[in-house]
Design a protein around this ligand. Structure first.
Ligand code: PLP
Length: 456
């Protein structure tokens, strides 16, 4: 593009910014969607001043909403005090120590060691290294194989793309590597067989995992990877009994359980951890996003006793733990995350989310009979509805009708941003949302559904 033409932010963006998960050729031509310039509470505002309820907390992450001056002050102070220091070779900062201590306090029992990182991808990538490191320490380096679920999402780094069970993240990159194996998405509405109960479906899926472990050889299987509620897979809650049955299979063969709580952590599902909502006993937890209310990049791997023992054995053998990034434990990010956890305490985050759950799920329930809605699903403050052309046959619309892009336009027109995943509309609003705002969010969603229905 001709440089003098770059006189607007949109033109600069179109000409120079490579956007993730975006058609690059189209973006060169059309430029960005609305540019968001400020936020307040659960709303974001574009250049024209139009406000939108961020029904998906941006990328499931802005737990405290937008434009938080208290967090800005904390970041300013941490930059003024020191700005940066690392945590290599036993160095440290009070901010990192205090954050780890606070996170350990709210971590599930038996998990009190924290390895700080900077993103959800880094946390998952690091957890994968820890799994392999653990098995090496146990004298079983052949335990390399990883089981994750089709449509699960764990990031887009080289190895985390392999954990991610979405084919589109593998294609074109020569991935996944041979260690990675995928099992059925626990998506009752679409994957259950005719007449199968949720419990029966869960049993079948747990059996599938057991058969895979036996086929590959239990002595070669390292870990199972799962989000308690699948986020980018469609905001899909597990069917009744699923994790209980899966955990029993993993325990039988000594396979580690890694819970990716990058979305589910910090009360998204109504308990502090999705693992607690579903009775999972993970060996490692990955968390990010709401750890800092997403205002600054930071993530963590919460390490359980079993894996930490292995890591210490490696230190004994090799002299040190050979893993770390320049920005892991960044004091500014740690100070902000510590303040975020303090705010969660003050607002009694878990109780707050629990108090809103029935209004939130009730909002979906009220849409269940809508002619465009085939399925509703949710827990805590995460849920989705599935858009169908025929409620009875569950058939979806002809892609030529572009119903989902239409719904995206219409929800935005009505001042609501949602997360579209295939033919599902997911909501996971900032956890600071109030009951009245939950009501307003569903009013806007219904207006968009009604308008789409009238247009079809
Ligand atoms: C469950 C889950 N794991 C991992 C990630 C990757 O996190 P990041 O984008 O911070 O690398 C995401 C991102 O949405 C996620 O939803």
């Amino acid at each position: 593009m001709n440089k003098p033409l770059l006189n607007s932010v949109a033109a600069m963006d179109a000409a120079h910014q490579i956007h993730p998960h975006t058609n690059l050729r189209k973006h060169l031509e059309t430029g960005p969607n609305e540019l968001l310039v400020r936020g307040e509470g659960i709303q974001v505002f574009d250049e024209t001043g139009k406000g939108y309820i961020e029904g998906a907390a941006a990328l499931w992450c802005s737990s405290l909403g937008f434009g938080n001056a208290r967090l800005a002050e904390v970041a300013k102070q941490a930059i003024t005090d020191l700005g940066y220091y690392h945590n290599f070779r036993g160095s440290g900062t009070p901010q990192a120590a205090q954050l780890c201590s606070k996170l350990a306090d709210i971590a599930p029992d038996g998990m009190d060691k924290i390895l700080l990182q900077s993103s959800g991808t880094e946390a998952n990538d690091t957890a994968l290294k820890l799994v392999w490191y653990y098995w090496d320490a146990m004298g079983a380096p052949q335990r390399r194989k990883i089981i994750s679920r089709h449509e699960g999402y764990h990031g887009t780094g080289t190895l985390t793309s392999c954990l991610t069970g979405k084919v589109k993240f593998h294609e074109g990159y020569g991935l996944p590597f041979s260690e990675f194996h995928y099992v059925t998405q626990p998506y009752y509405y679409r994957k259950a067989e005719e007449g199968e109960s949720e419990q029966e479906f869960s049993t079948r899926l747990a059996n599938e995992i057991e058969e895979l472990i036996l086929r590959e050889g239990p002595e070669t299987v390292a870990a199972f990877w799962a989000e308690p509620v699948m986020g980018s897979g469609g905001a899909i809650t597990p069917p009744a009994g699923y994790f209980e049955k899966v955990q029993a299979v993993l325990d039988k063969y000594g396979v580690l359980f890694v819970a990716d709580e990058v979305i589910c952590g910090f009360a998204r599902t109504g308990e502090m951890w999705g693992s607690q909502t579903y009775g999972i006993k993970p060996d490692l937890i990955c968390c990010a996003k709401a750890l800092s209310a997403a205002v600054i990049p930071i993530s963590a791997v919460i390490v359980g006793e079993r894996v930490f023992e292995g890591m210490m054995a490696q230190s004994d053998k090799r002299g040190s733990f050979t893993h770390g990034y320049t920005y892991s434990g960044h004091p500014v990010a740690c100070a902000v995350a510590h303040e975020v956890l303090t705010i969660y305490e003050e607002m009694d985050l878990v109780a707050h989310v629990k108090s809103l759950e029935s209004a939130f799920l009730g909002g979906f329930k009220a849409l269940e009979d809508h002619p465009l809605v085939g399925n509703i699903d949710g827990v805590g403050l995460i849920g989705a509805l599935e858009v169908v052309a025929d409620k009875k046959t569950r058939a979806i619309h002809d892609p030529a009708l572009a119903v989902m892009p239409m719904l995206d336009r219409l929800t935005r027109k009505h001042g609501l941003i949602t997360r579209l995943i295939g033919n599902r509309i997911a909501l996971a609003p900032p956890q600071i949302i109030t009951e009245a705002e939950v009501g307003e969010m569903f009013t806007r969603l219904k207006a968009a559904l009604d308008e789409a229905h009238a247009a079809l």
